[in-house]
Ligand binder design. Structure first.
Ligand code: PLP
Length: 782
């Protein structure tokens, strides 16, 4: 980078008195300067992508987080810009004020962002397509222990990392409404390559801004109606992590970005080849969960209605072009749309879905498939359209996101499809990008790694961390590793103090659970375990407990009553342990506010213990588990999702695994009786009873009693203790106590385990995942 030129361009975009510039002004000027400097590189890469077979990643969510620091890092100009800032008397750290782009809920959206990063770095022609929500995931604050939500107006101070491309606008037609989809492109810079990917996010706008006639007739509201109605489509991200909202607006959103993205793909292909005959040779489309599956009938619609293809031929092409990733075994997340809703909103799409369904039935008949089976897998069942079945029928590959998850898909969730087309199924264990999740967020540990390996090429080849296993018994290296961890814990403690106003002690064990709040993730079990330890210290059954800080970060969907009650309960447990002089120096509970990507960057680097305690068989993969491992934390977890592969890589002896496994639960669940555990284990009884015996307060809402009832009596829609908290509780607490004891008994032996986790985390680079998708699903090359 030419520093003089940078400073000239940068300062030219700032007010004369640079020191008075706000962080937002600095960010805007910096973003624009970097975008100018790398505009040619991006242009060239776009041309490159269009010149060969490429892949498109369609996703309702891209949880990209804060762009500025990551872009500086991957462009290799972080240190120089930092220096230039200092010369100008300003502070790069002030940009921490800049909002995260939280255009996603959690793991699924963050995975999409990691994938784009990895593909860009591997010089692969992959581009992302999604929605430019005006409001991303809500901002969370904690008041009196309760979650409060506020809107997230992430572009309030501008968005220098996006470029609006009016010339590629697409018209989207619903029955009775036409809107514009206007693309905003974000560059996805690769690390140490000229390649740049593009994330194209569509924004909904009215065809006609304003009705002047109506305005003159003084019907002011009506004059703006079309605008409001159109903009509604990309106004908000649905803040629900894994359930089908069942909302018409959500269906509109899904069609909106599917139609816009396919139109874009088709236009570009036609511009180059003048024909669509060879479309399937040049494009592969990945459907990230069922949200973009409406793309299948939409592609067929465009080919048949606009391009003169027969339905049969269009369907054949769709089957070659699409691939489907399943992300969860939760039934709520396998989207189903009511036929009357689809017919009303998108009549032509509905008629095509009927045709696809008929083709499916005819295929099955021809193949001699039993009618019962066909009835189970057909797309339209009763008055519901099953999006996952449409995806399975019309995709060339279907994948799960960790070994155990893919096995569960084959054995149960998609068993019929597996029996019909086993060759379509693949496993693609998720990954995370090491650029953001260590090189950027843990520069201290990264420097040590680079020093020991002799160069920093591990930021491209994460498997090289294995070479560091030999230092596991090197006293000097372990000492430095411990010091770095201590430094990151102190940085986190300082941040928590500044951000949340809470004191924490970096000399305690940092035990961290960060992820969306959901019953299956079992934050409630973690809270129970803390209460158990509290009672154990009080009654003397737990001696010499090592001071531990239990840190939680999680957002609950605003309408998810139980999850919100769990947040309050965690905070109530925190209040109890802190207000008791016997425990206040031993146990601290912190629930950080507004857990997001930027907060995650600080938390993962500071963790000693990574809590990954979902009920076996419920967490498809998890990626948080990988981030914490990479930064040298041990996993305290169940045999679930990618935890299993983490333990395979890093050794069970270096982690803390507890609880029933999937094969155990298969036997246990039919006979499971949470009441008998409650009756027979006095400690289980004591902690669970705390929900209703006056120990804690839910502010009079009755929500704690509801949690209690769900654990012991169940509810109309589920059996008692559906996620097996009581069954796993004793083993969990014992394993946790052993883990915390190991930490203080021999800090070096514990650090050795942490170090070995880091060394063996190479498999969990999203570079590995993407290289596999590219070779085995998309058929794209560098
Ligand atoms: C990685 C990440 C997640 C996913 O965490 P899991 O533990 O895999 O559920 C969710 N939210 C944010 C902000 C993340 O960075």
């Amino acid at each position: 980078m030419d520093k003089e030129l940078f400073i000239e361009k940068f300062t030219g975009k700032l007010p004369k008195d640079i020191k008075s510039a706000s962080p937002q002004q600095l960010h805007d000027a910096l973003g624009k300067t970097v975008m100018e400097m790398f505009a040619d590189r991006w242009d060239n890469a776009r041309q490159q992508h269009l010149s060969k077979r490429r892949a498109a990643y369609l996703s309702m969510e891209f949880l990209v987080g804060r762009a500025v620091y990551n872009n500086l890092l991957v462009l290799g100009i972080y240190d120089e810009v930092d220096e230039a800032f200092r010369e100008l008397g300003i502070d790069l750290a002030s940009l921490e004020e800049i909002e995260d782009a939280a255009l996603g809920n959690g793991g699924l959206g963050r995975l999409a962002a990691c994938f784009l990063d990895s593909a860009a770095t591997l010089a692969l022609p992959l581009d992302g397509y999604g929605i430019r929500y005006k409001y991303g995931l809500f901002k969370q604050s904690i008041e009196d222990g309760f979650q409060k939500e506020d809107i997230d107006d992430w572009t309030r101070y501008g968005d220098p990392w996006s470029v609006r491309c009016d010339e590629d606008t697409v018209l989207i037609e619903y029955s009775g409404q036409t809107v514009k989809a206007v693309p905003y492109d974000m560059p996805v810079f690769g690390f140490r390559t000229e390649n740049v990917g593009t994330l194209r996010l569509w924004q909904a706008e009215p065809v006609k801004e304003f009705d002047f006639d109506l305005f003159n007739k003084q019907d002011y509201l009506e004059a703006s109606r079309e605008k409001i109605y159109a903009e509604d489509i990309s106004r908000v991200l649905y803040p629900n992590d894994d359930t089908d909202e069942g909302k018409k607006l959500r269906l509109k959103q899904q069609y909106f970005f599917s139609c816009a993205s396919l139109t874009d793909i088709i236009r570009k292909h036609k511009a180059r080849f003048g024909t669509l005959e060879n479309l399937a040779d040049y494009i592969s489309v990945q459907l990230n969960d069922t949200h973009p599956v409406i793309s299948i009938p939409e592609l067929i619609r465009q080919l048949v209605d606009n391009e003169g293809f027969t339905f049969e031929k269009a369907l054949e092409m769709a089957k070659k072009i699409f691939n489907y990733t399943n992300h969860t075994v939760m039934q709520e997340a396998l989207e189903k749309w009511r036929t009357d809703l689809v017919e009303e909103l998108l009549p032509r799409i509905y008629s095509i879905i009927i045709q696809i369904n008929e083709a499916l039935i005819a295929d099955m008949y021809a193949a001699g498939v039993q009618k019962e089976k066909t009835d189970r897998i057909k797309i339209i069942k009763g008055d519901l359209i099953h999006m996952a079945d449409m995806a399975c029928y019309a995709s060339s590959h279907i994948n799960g996101v960790a070994e155990i998850h893919t096995q569960i898909l084959k054995d149960s969730v998609l068993a019929d499809w597996f029996s019909l087309a086993p060759e379509k199924f693949r496993n693609e264990t998720n990954g995370i990008t090491q650029r953001r999740w260590i090189a950027l967020c843990n520069r201290e540990l990264s420097s040590l790694i680079t020093e020991l390996l002799g160069d920093d090429n591990w930021i491209n080849v994460l498997d090289r961390l294995r070479e560091l296993v030999k230092f596991a018994d090197d006293e000097n290296v372990l000492r430095r590793f411990i010091d770095i961890k201590q430094g990151k814990k102190q940085q986190l403690a300082d941040f928590i103090k500044a951000h949340d106003g809470i004191d924490t002690d970096a000399n305690t064990v940092f035990d961290i659970q960060i992820k969306r709040l959901h019953e299956y993730k079992r934050q409630l079990l973690n809270a129970f375990s803390i209460l158990w330890i509290y009672y154990g210290i009080k009654d003397g059954s737990i001696q010499d407990f090592t001071p531990t800080t239990f840190i939680f970060g999680a957002k609950s969907a605003p309408g998810y009553r139980r999850a919100k009650a769990i947040i309050k309960f965690i905070n109530e447990v925190g209040r109890i342990v802190s207000s008791d002089p016997d425990t206040r120096d031993l146990i601290k509970v912190v629930f950080v506010q507004n857990y997001n990507v930027s907060y995650a960057e600080k938390l993962v680097a500071a963790a000693d213990v990574s809590e990954q305690i979902s009920t076996a068989g419920t967490e498809a993969s998890g990626t948080g588990n990988m981030k914490l491992m990479l930064n040298g934390a041990v996993t305290l977890g169940t045999f679930d999702g990618a935890n299993i592969e983490i333990v395979q890589e890093a050794g069970e002896e270096n982690n803390y695994i507890f609880g029933a496994r999937v094969e155990d639960l298969e036997k246990i669940v039919p006979e499971y009786d949470s009441r008998s555990i409650f009756a027979n284990d006095p400690m289980v009884k004591k902690v669970v009873s705390s929900l209703i015996d006056g120990t804690v307060s839910d502010g009079g809402s009755g929500d704690f009693r509801e949690l209690y009832t769900a654990l012991l009596d169940g509810a109309s829609w589920h059996a008692p203790d559906h996620y097996y908290l009581l069954g796993d509780m004793r083993d969990y607490v014992e394993t946790k106590l052993r883990c915390i004891k190991d930490y203080s008994a021999d800090r070096h032996a514990f650090a050795r385990k942490q170090w070995l986790n880091m060394c063996n985390s190479g498999k969990f680079s999203s570079d590995r995942t993407i290289a596999d998708y590219a070779a085995n699903i998309w058929g794209i090359k560098q």
